[in-house]
Design a protein. Structure first.
Length: 146
C-alpha cells in the first residue's frame, strides 16, 4: 500500500506533478508531520524558493517559529515571503498554497529535506527521534529520485 510519503516522492519527480485530492491529502499529512518534527527539533531552516515565474525568489519554504493566525509563535514549515522587508512572514501552509505553487513545492521536497537534514546535523540534533526521521526522509527522497 502506498503511503503519503511514497506519493510525494513519486509526484515530486514528475515533470509536472498532478494536483488532485490524493496529493492534497498527502500535503495535509506532511504539514502535520512537519509541525511535530519542527516543534521537537526547533532548528531553523530557510529552504528552497517556491515563487512563481519571475517572482521565483519571492517565496521560500521555511522552518522556524512562525506567528500563525494571530496566535503565539509555533514551530512549523510554511511558505514564507522572502523579501527583505517582510521578515520571513508566513503566507501559507504547504497544503494551503495555490495549485501552481503546490507543483513547485512538491518538486522541491528532495531539496527541502536534504537542506533541513543538513541544518539538523549542524545543530547536533541528528540523534533525536525527530532528527532521525528527517534524515530518513532526506535519504528517501534522494534515493528514490533515481
Amino acid at each position: 500500500m502506498e503511503t503519503f510519503i511514497d506519493l510525494l516522492v513519486k509526484r515530486g519527480h514528475a515533470a509536472e506533478p498532478h494536483v488532485d485530492q490524493e496529493l492534497e491529502r498527502a500535503l495535509i499529512r506532511l504539514d502535520v508531520m512537519l509541525e511535530a518534527l519542527a516543534a521537537e527539533l526547533q532548528v531553523e531552516y530557510f529552504g528552497p524558493e517556491v515563487g512563481l515565474g519571475a517572482g521565483a525568489n519571492v517565496y521560500r519554504l521555511v522552518v522556524r517559529a512562525h506567528e500563525w493566525d494571530g496566535l503565539k509563535q509555533a514551530w512549523s514549515a510554511r511558505v514564507c515571503t522572502a523579501l527583505p522587508h517582510a521578515g520571513w512572514r508566513a503566507a501559507w501552509t504547504l497544503h494551503g498554497a495555490s495549485r501552481l505553487r503546490k507543483r513547485i513545492i512538491v518538486c522541491c521536497l528532495p531539496e527541502f529535506f536534504h537542506g533541513y537534514a543538513q541544518a539538523i546535523l549542524a545543530a547536533g540534533k541528528a540523534h533525536t527521534n525527530a532528527g532521525v526521521r528527517v534524515l530518513d526522509l532526506a535519504r528517501r527522497f534522494r534515493v528514490e529520485r533515481g
